[in-house]
Ligand binder design. Sequence first.
Ligand SMILES: C[S@@+](CC[C@H](N)C(=O)[O-])C[C@H]1O[C@@H](n2cnc3c(N)ncnc32)[C@H](O)[C@@H]1O
Length: 445
Amino acid sequence: MVVSASGPWKGGAAQQPGVQTRLLAAKVLAAVIGRGRSLKAELAATLPKLDDGRDRALLEAICFAALRRRTVYEQALRQWLQKPLGPRDGDLMGLLLAGFAQLDALELPAHAALSATVEAVRALGRERQAGLVNAVLRRAQREGFPAARAEDAWPQWLRDQVRRDWPAQADAVFAASLQPAPLWLRVNRQRYSRDAYLEQLRAAGIDAEISALAADAIRLPVAVPVASLPGFGEGAVSVQDLSAQQVADTLAPSPGARVLDACAAPGGKAAHLLERDPALRLLALDVDARRLQRIRETFDRTGVGASAQVRAADAADLDAWWDGEPFDAVLLDAPCSATGVVRRQPDVLLHRRPGDIDALVALQARLLDALWQVVAPGGVLLYATCSILRRENQQQIAAFLARTADARVDGLPEAFGHGDAGTRQRLPGEQGGDGFFHARLVKGR
Ligand SMILES: C[S@@+](CC[C@H](N)C(=O)[O-])C[C@H]1O[C@@H](n2cnc3c(N)ncnc32)[C@H](O)[C@@H]1O
C-alpha cells in the first residue's frame, strides 16, 4: 500500500486503505472547489498515491459523484450546519461532500461510508469536528437530499445560454450532463481488426458492442479499469469518446497526405489518424510545451508517430513554425468551453466564467484565420470543438465564411448530429457520445 507522504495525516488511521481513499478524495475536492484547480489535473496527481485499482476507482467515483451533486450537497450543508464552514475548512468540506456522495449517489453501505469518513476527519487532525461530521452524515442517511433539477448544477448565465441556443433540447442536455459517460474504446488498426478485438474482450468476460457510427469504436456499457483491457498497455486500444473518434472520419485525409494537427495535446486524435494511415506526414503542434510530452507518450503507447513531428508553438503565429509548404488537411480541435463534456469534466460548471467565452471565441477566430492560410488549394480544414455553445460553433463558422471568400462548408451526414448550414452538432449523450461540433471547410482552388 502506497500512502501519501504529502498530507498532514495524524496517527495511524490514514494507514487504513478506506480512510486514505476518503482523505485523498477530500483533498481533490478541496483543491477543485476551493482553489479552482482542474479535476483532471488533481486526479492525475493523486491517483498514483493509491496502489490498489479498487481504491483508485473509488476515489474517482467519489470525486465525480460529489462534483455532479455539489449544489445539492452544499444546499443541505447550509441548512444543517449552524455555523458555516470557514475558508480554512476546505478539507473538512471535502470530506463532508465525499461522505454525502458515498451515501447518496454511490449508495455505499452506510456503516463503511460513515466510519471511514469520520476516521478520515480524525486523521486530518480535526478530532473536535469528528462528532459534527458524524451527526451530519447520519442526518443525510436518515433524511436524504431534496430532489433537485439537473439545470441547478449549471451557473445561471450558462444555463440561460444553453436554453437560448438549444431551447428544445436544453433539459435533455442538463440531464445527460449529470450522467456518468459510457466507456468508448478506439481499436488500433495497426494491432487488431475491430471484430478481432471484440472477440478478445468477450473472451475476457467484458461486455462490449460495436458502434455503427465510427469505424474503430467499441462501447462498453459498464466501464472497467483500463488496465483490465486486453493489450491496453501495448496500445491495442485507447479510451476515446465516440464524438472524438468521428474526427478521423470527417477529416479523412488521403493516403500519405501532409496533415497538421494544430492543437494536438494530448494526442488522441493525431494518434487515431496515424493508426489509420501510418504514412501520413503529420505535424502535431501545441502551445503548451509541457503537454507535448503527453503527445509523445500517446504515440509511444500506440506505436505510431515514428515519422510524425511534434512541436511547441502558437499555431496562429505562422512565422514561428510554418515552413511555407501547405497542408492537404488541417485539424483545428480548438480550445473551447468544454460545455459538451461536462459529464466527463463536471468541474467545468464550477470554473467557467462569462468572460471566458468571449476570450475563447476571439482565440478560435484568430486560429481559424491564421490556419486557413496554410491549407493547400482544394485542401480541408476541420474545425472541431467539444462545446455546445453556438457562439463557439455555428456562429463562429458563419462569421468565418462571411469574411473568407475561398472557404465553403462541406456538409456532413446526420451521423454527426444536428445540422446547421452544413455543420453538425452532437449534444451530450446523443447516441452515447459527448457534445461535439464538426465543420468541414474546403478551400476553393
Ligand atoms: C481540445 S484540446 C486538443 C485535444 C487533442 N486534439 C486530442 O485529441 O488529444 C485543445 C488544445 O489546444 C491547445 N492550444 C490552445 N491554444 C493554442 C494555440 N494558440 N496554438 C496551439 N495550441 C493551442 C491547448 O494547449 C490544448 O492542448
